[in-house]
Design a protein around this ligand. Structure first.
Ligand SMILES: [Zn+2]
Length: 219
């Protein structure tokens, strides 16, 4: 065999080895072209719900950052309403309202294909548990997003509550883009609290939410 033939064979073997990798690489970009805005609830002086020393604002941010990473790895462009321990308020009077107003304005300005607000629930009773997704009828896609994700998560996780329409939320009434609020669990419940702080559970949850988002965009 002359060296040119050998070179061609080596090139052929090299390319055929690369092809499956290249195909998998393209297939993994299932959210290419999608703009997603993640809203990590609370921050700064507003800790949100508390249970023992666990603050909702910290876990919200942790989950949002993991979700950001996962969605980017699937090709999405991701915006975050916050990236650290602060809120978005620009006034000291009615600080909470200012924070929520500015979050809604930020999301409206980006005009994403989907926004996801991440919060954790807490109740005086420790018995309530489970992830729950809320939506408003401000955008006609909200219900479909909420139901698609809830249906998918119900098949994969033990404690998922029924999807709920709630038009009373100040912030979500002002967001024009499609999206939902995920209450990822009750930190007042010892089981949920344990899971939400567990790195493996966080990763599993983020993976499932990302897959649920993909299912919605495929519809
Ligand atoms: Zn909250």
């Amino acid at each position: 065999m002359n060296k040119y033939k050998l070179l061609i064979i080596i090139c052929f073997l090299f390319l055929t080895n690369l092809l499956p990798t290249a195909k998998a690489w393209v297939n993994n970009y299932t959210l290419a072209g999608k703009i997603i805005c993640l809203d990590s609830g609370h921050g700064g002086t507003d800790s949100g719900a508390e249970a023992d020393t666990i603050l909702e604002k910290d876990l919200n941010l942790k989950l949002a950052k993991k979700l950001e990473k996962e969605l980017i790895s699937r090709g999405a462009t991701v915006y975050m309403t916050r990236n650290g321990d602060y809120d978005l308020s620009t006034t000291t009077v009615n600080r909470k309202r200012s924070d929520l107003y500015n979050r809604a304005s930020y999301i409206n300005k980006i005009n994403p294909d989907m926004y996801i607000s991440i919060h954790l629930n807490a109740t005086p009773s420790k018995k309530w548990r489970g992830l729950q997704i809320f939506y408003t009828n401000k955008n006609n896609q909200n219900r479909l997003i909420a139901e698609t994700l809830t249906d998918y998560l119900k098949g994969e996780l033990s404690y998922v509550r029924d999807v709920k329409k709630d038009n009373s939320y100040y912030m979500y009434k002002h967001i024009n883009s499609p999206g939902i609020l995920i209450e990822a669990g009750f930190i007042s419940n010892p089981n949920d609290n344990y899971l939400l702080r567990n790195n493996n559970y966080q990763d599993k949850l983020i993976l499932l939410i990302s897959e649920g988002i993909e299912k919605y965009f495929k519809k």
